[in-house]
Structure formats: structure tokens, C-alpha cells
Design a protein around this ligand. Structure first.
Ligand SMILES: [Zn+2]
Ligand SMILES: [Zn+2]
Length: 327
């Protein structure tokens, strides 16, 4: 097994050979076909998340084929294609697990953060946290659905029934969720980095009725906004952009500090909330819906050994849509 391993916080990803391991009870081993690159991988690499396990193999948008099965697993078969998402394990007994909020589990494991992930040729996963993907669709095209799609979907649900929906940061997640929102007959307003005309054009191609810079006001007040970019400064801007009673959803795992803002921006029952992780039900709901919507992901693929280049290109915004590593 070959993998890109991050050895220490802030260190580069190193290409190494790892000993093959057999799956234990309740586990499966996947031969990886594709793994998406997510902004969270940058947060892991930059040491911005608490309690990170190092060394760690990043990557949590994994598409692979089952090639070994541990004892006690009867739901999956050798050769079956599955997806492994960010949520890698939950305890099943804490108060959050007990009330169907396993995304908030007290003792979770996260793929590519506290358990080894998909920047590798193979991965061991908890069989209960792997989604069967069927045989429709290309591996590379499906990979971004496993996080950008799933967390984006949870964020969209959290945004409620908003007709006029703002998306701040038009990267991997927004380019998927814009398609879902259009399919649901919502109006999408896309906010990008100031003067990122390529992203604005991309957003319009995907059905946004308006695209502009994040420091611009939308042409009409929004019912809700989702912030995908990791910039706290967007929070006051998004609150200003939503109408009375409107909602702002922060979808990222990490954000720079939120600058202070006048209470008037929150007043009139505007709501501000965050989305954390996903539940398995989110995954089942979204992956069942995705083929009906006909989501088309825009991907840029890199050989696995060029994971560092893919991450650097993501950081610099050098592509539209999502980067995907191929072993
Ligand atoms: Zn739990
Ligand atoms: Zn992610």
C-alpha cells in the first residue's frame, strides 16, 4: 500500500510505502479508485483542527472497491463499489447518537483526520460507515459527492425552504449544491472572491441567476445564505444580505475569526448557525437523490503522487469545481 502521509502538523505530505493490513472485525479494506481533495484537508495539513492524529493519511471523499472483508460484515461483498465519507465511526451510545444526531457524537472518528483516509492506494474503513455506490457513474465524478456533496446537502437542508439562496464561496461544495438548489426550483445567488470572474461565470453556467463579489449586496434580499468559504468576515456580510427572519448557515469545519458587527445585523430574528459533519442518513438521502438530479461534477484529476500539487492548486484557487486524486 502506498500513501501520502502527513508526518507532523504543518509538514508536507510524504509519499511512502505502508505495510498492508487485513481488515479487523466490522471492517472492510478498499482498493481506492479515486479520492476527492477537500478544503478540510488543507485545515488538517495546516494544523487548524483540534486533536488531530499524526501521522495521518488525509482524504475523506473515497471511492473504491471492496477487496477484503473482516469478520462480522455481511452487508458488503468483495468487488462492490462503495464510498467512504468524513464520518468514519460513531460510538452509538452517547446522548447524540441516541437522539439521531450522530454527526455530533462524543467519541467519533473522522476519515483522514483521526483515522487514516484516502490519499492512498488502499484504506481500511468501518463497514457501517461505507455507502454502496452502485455501478452508475465514473469514480472520479462521484468522489466529490462524498463530502462537498454530503456536507453541502446537510447545509442546504439546514437553510430551510429558502427560495432566494445565497452561496458564499463557489468551490467544490457550492458547484454541487447550486445544481441541487436549481433542481428544487430555488434561485441561486453566487458570491465569490472579489473579481473572481472565472468562478462567477462558472456559477452562472450552473444556473445562478446572479453572481458577484462577496462584498457586493445581492440585487434583492436573500431568504437564506450558506457560507462555504472559511472566512469569518463573510458572516456579517451574509447577515446583511438576508431578509428579516432569514438564516445564515456556516458550512465549514474551520473559519477565521468573525469580526464584530452591529446587533442590528442579527436583529429582526435573523439566525446564524453552523453545520457539523454528517449523519449516515444524510448520506443515504443525498446519494439516492444525486442520480435523479443528474448532478454533473467538474473535476480536475491528479495522480496520487501529486497530492501536494492538488492541495496547492486548491489553496490558490487554480481550478473550478473539485480536485480528485487517482492512485
Ligand atoms: Zn456517539
Ligand atoms: Zn470535506
Amino acid at each position: 500500500m502506498h500513501a501520502m502521509v502527513m508526518n507532523k502538523i504543518g509538514g508536507p505530505l510524504l509519499w511512502t510505502e505502508l505495510p498492508d493490513r487485513q481488515p479487523g472485525p466490522g471492517e472492510i479494506r478498499l482498493k481506492i479508485r479515486a479520492c476527492g481533495v477537500c478544503r478540510t484537508d488543507l485545515h488538517v495539513l495546516d494544523g487548524e483542527l483540534p486533536d488531530e492524529r499524526v501521522p495521518i493519511i488525509p482524504g475523506h471523499e473515497i471511492v473504491g472497491r471492496v477487496d477484503a472483508i473482516g469478520s462480522g460484515v455481511d452487508s458488503l461483498q468483495i468487488g462492490q463499489r462503495v464510498g467512504v465519507p468524513w464520518l468514519g465511526h460513531t460510538c452509538g451510545v452517547c446522548p447524540y447518537c441516541a437522539e439521531q444526531r450522530e454527526n455530533l457524537c462524543d467519541r467519533p472518528l473522522f476519515t483522514g483526520y483521526t483515522r487514516d483516509g484516502g490519499f492512498a492506494t488502499a484504506v481500511i474503513a468501518d463497514a457501517h460507515f461505507a455507502f454502496p455506490l452502485g455501478d452508475e457513474g465514473e469514480d472520479i465524478a462521484l468522489a466529490p459527492l462524498l463530502c462537498a456533496g454530503l456536507i453541502g446537502w446537510r447545509s442546504l437542508v439546514m437553510a430551510g425552504g429558502a427560495q432566494r439562496l445565497g452561496l458564499y464561496g463557489f468551490g467544490a461544495a457550492a458547484h454541487i449544491i447550486a445544481q441541487v438548489a436549481r433542481w428544487q426550483d430555488r434561485k441561486v445567488y453566487a458570491f465569490t472572491k472579489p473579481d473572481d470572474l472565472a468562478a462567477q461565470t462558472f456559477a452562472r453556467e450552473l444556473g445562478a441567476i446572479w453572481a458577484g463579489s462577496s462584498d457586493q449586496a445581492p440585487p434583492e434580499p436573500l431568504d437564506a445564505a450558506i457560507i462555504f468559504a472559511p472566512l469569518g468576515a463573510l458572516v456579517p456580510l451574509a447577515l446583511k444580505a438576508v431578509r428579516k427572519g432569514g438564516r445564515v448557515v456556516c458550512a465549514g469545519i474551520h473559519m477565521s475569526d468573525i469580526p464584530s458587527f452591529p446587533y442590528a445585523s442579527l436583529w429582526e430574528e435573523r439566525e446564524l448557525l453552523s453545520v457539523a459533519n454528517l449523519t449516515r442518513q444524510d448520506g443515504l438521502d443525498f446519494l439516492a437523490l444525486a442520480p435523479k438530479i443528474g448532478i454533473v461534477t467538474r473535476t480536475t484529476s491528479y495522480p496520487l503522487a501529486q497530492a501536494n500539487e492538488a492541495l496547492a492548486d486548491l489553496r490558490a484557487g487554480r481550478f473550478e469545481g473539485a480536485a480528485v486524486l487517482v492512485p
